[in-house]
Design a protein. Structure first.
Length: 246
């Protein structure tokens, strides 16, 4: 599952790559600050491109909240929903019949720009974090759904069965986020999609040849360490993970 992301690109880079404009120029100083590690369970503010205003990139809270909640119920909902993953990820196989996602899937799809993301690898019952990014250091567009709660956008990242690369890394859950191809950005946000069109885009793979993945520091998983530092995305080799560093 995708619970940890990294966003270090400047807003101008995101605007140019996704052909959008920041919803409020006053937000630039906030979102131009690099976030090397964002832990989803802290429900950070991130930027998303919402279907209903697909020309914009706007702030949103990571963790989708049901439409029947009000803004003053968001924090309470997150405490309650933590055992279900806090609304951070949505299994794409369930989006057309799940009580939250079915309300969003036709009209409230979004793209979540990230620089990269982290996934756990299990080796002899120990977890090793891996960092995944575009080889050319270009932004990645993750597919998501959102709900608007009063003035807040709340979103979730879609996941699907792992490709061979992600199955090797995320070897217990064998899941991966849905990474959109650049050529599919506009289609994903189109209001004219039918259920089959949405599923086809979800199942379309982002070429593994465009990605690089490598192990990083276990500090990523430590609540006692500030892991939102540049070094957290540096390659750390582990002798016990010979299959990855050979």
């Amino acid at each position: 599952m995708c619970f940890h992301t990294s966003i270090t690109h400047k807003t101008k880079k995101l605007e140019n790559h996704f052909k959008v404009k920041l919803s409020d120029e006053n937000l630039k100083p906030i979102f131009d600050k690099p976030n090397y590690h964002l832990n989803g369970f802290a429900h950070p503010n991130m930027l998303v491109i919402p279907q209903e205003k697909s020309e914009l990139i706007a702030p949103a809270v990571w963790g989708i909240v049901p439409n029947n909640k009000s803004s003053n119920q968001i924090k309470g909902y997150y405490k309650e929903a933590v055992r279900y993953g806090g609304g951070l990820n949505a299994r794409s196989e369930k989006i057309f019949n799940h009580f939250i996602y079915k309300e969003s899937v036709m009209e409230n799809r979004c793209i979540i720009p990230v620089t990269g993301f982290f996934e756990p690898h299990d080796h002899k019952k120990k977890k090793y974090p891996f960092y995944i990014q575009n080889k050319e250091k270009q932004p990645l567009g993750l597919a998501g759904l959102y709900n608007v709660i009063d003035t807040y956008i709340t979103f979730t990242i879609l996941t699907k069965e792992a490709s061979p690369l992600f199955e090797k890394i995320h070897n217990l859950k064998k899941r991966q986020p849905v990474i959109l191809n650049e050529s599919d950005y506009q289609d994903w946000l189109s209001p004219d999609l039918k259920e089959k069109d949405i599923n086809d885009l979800i199942l379309e793979n982002y070429s593994e040849s465009k990605l690089e993945a490598y192990s990083v520091s276990k500090d990523l998983f430590s609540p006692k360490v500030d892991s939102n530092v540049e070094d957290i995305t540096m390659h750390i080799k582990y002798s016990e993970l010979k299959d990855f560093d050979s």
